[in-house]
Design a protein around this ligand. Sequence first.
Ligand code: UD1
Ligand code: CA
Length: 470
Amino acid sequence: MSEIPQSLGVLVLAAGKGTRMHSDRPKVLQSLLEEPVIYYTLNAVKFAGLQNIAVLVGYHGEQVESYIKEEWPGVEVIWQHEQLGAGHAVKVAENWWERFDNVLVLSGDVPLVRSETLEGMVAKHLGVAPRCTLMSFIADDPSGYGRVERLADGGVRIVEEDEAQDEERLIQEINAGVYLFDTKALSVVINEINNDEHEYYITDAVQLIGETEGDVCVIICDDKYELLGVNTPNDLAVTAKVLNKRIVRGHMLNGLKCMDPASTWIGPRVELDRDVFMEPGVQIWGKSYLANESRVGAYSTLRNVRLGSHSRIIGPSVISDSDIGERAEIGPFACLRDDVRLGADVRVGRFVEVKNSVIGDSVKAPHLSYVGDASIGKRTNIGAGTITCNYDGIRKSRTAIGEDCFVGSDTMFVAPVSIGNRASTAAGSVITKDIPDDSMAIARQRQTNIDNWSQRRSITNCRTDGPKED
Ligand code: UD1
Ligand code: CA
C-alpha cells in the first residue's frame, strides 16, 4: 500500500423516482420521525468522519437540492436529469468522483445504516485494498432485493429479484446498496455497463470489476435491520419504529425515565437533560430540548420546544415553537404555538391556547382562555374565559398587559390595546381603550333587575286568550 493517505469521496444516490412510494415527494424527502429519510444517511456519513460528500439528485431534484443547501452546507449537489438507473447515476457523477482515489456510493434510502458500519467498511477497504468492497446482509425475507451470488472464481454477481431464477431467489445474502470503489477501476467499467434489457445497474459495475480489474471484497453486516431500504410506505413505518427504539433507548441510557418506551416517540434532533420523565404516548419532535426534572404528561406532543427544568406538562397538551421557563405547569388540554415565551413559574391551565406571546414570571392563566399576539407582565392573573381579540378580519394586533394585573373572568381585549401595571378589569368587560396603571376598567352594561319577574312570567305563560286558529 502507498504511504500517501488515500482520498475518498462519498456519493449519496437520491435521484430515483421511488415509484413504490406512490408520492409526489421524492423518496429521500419522505418524513421519518419528522426528518427527511436522507437526513439519517448523511448523518451516518458525517459521524463516520467522512468528508467530500455529494448528493445526486433528479426526480423532484429541486426539492432535494434546496433541502441540502439549507441543512447541509458543504455537501455538493449533482444533477442526474434523466433517471436511467443507479449505474447511470454513478456515471453522471464521474467528473466529480474521479478526483478521489476511492468513492463510497450509497443510497440515500438506507436510513438505518450506522456510522460505525461505514467507518469499519472504509477501514477494511483501505486496509485490504481490493478494487471494490460491497456490503451485504443476510435477510429473513430477501424479496425485493438483489441477491449476492458468490462465483467459483471468487467473484461476485448480483442478481435482481425480477431476473433471478428460482434457486437464486432462495439466496438470503442480499446486496445492501453500499459500495466502495477504487475510482480507477470504476472509471474503466462504468462505460461498459449497458442497459440492453434494463436500466443501468450499478451492480453490473461490481461484477465487471471482479471479472477484469481485480478483487471484490464483500463485508457482511451482521445487523439485519441496519441496511433495510426504504422503498414503500410500509418500509417507512418499519424503519421509523427501529429508529425510534434506538433513539429512546439511547436517551434512557442517559437517564430518561420513560413509562412506556414503545409508545414514546422522539425525533433524532431532540436533546434531553438527565432525569426527564415521560408518560405513555408522548411525542417530542424537531429541535427540542427538555431540561432536568421536566415532565411530559400522557399523549402530549412537543415540537421545537425548550422546556425549563422542573416544568410539568400535563397531558394531553400540544406545544410547538415555544420556550418555557422553569417550574411551569401547563395543561391539561393546553395548546401553545408560534413563538410563545414563558418566564419561570407560569401556570397555563386547562383549555388555554397561547400563540405568539411573551408571558412574564409567575403569570397565571388557569382556565379556558385565548392569548394571542400579547405580552403579559409578571404576576398577572388572567381570569377564566379571557380572550385577546387579536384579529379584526383584516389585520392582527397586539395586546400589552402590565405587571401585577387582575384580569376578571370573560374579559375581551380588543387589540390593539394596552393595560398598565396593577390594573384590573371587571368580569365580562369588553376592553377597547387603554387602561392606565392602577386603574379598574368596567366595560359592560349595568345590571338591571326586574321586580317580580317570576310571577309575571307565569301569568304570561298561562294566558289562553291568544288569537284563534281557524
Ligand atoms: C438496489 C439494488 C439491489 C439492492 C438494493 C438495496 C440495483 C440494480 N439494485 O435496488 O441489488 O439489494 O438497492 O437497497 O442497484 N437512483 C438514482 N438514479 C436512478 C435510479 C436510482 O439516483 O436513475 C438511486 C435511488 O434514488 C436509490 C438508489 O439509486 O437511492 C437505488 O435505487 P432503487 O431504485 O432504490 O434500487 P432498489 O430497487 O432498491
Ligand atoms: Ca432502494
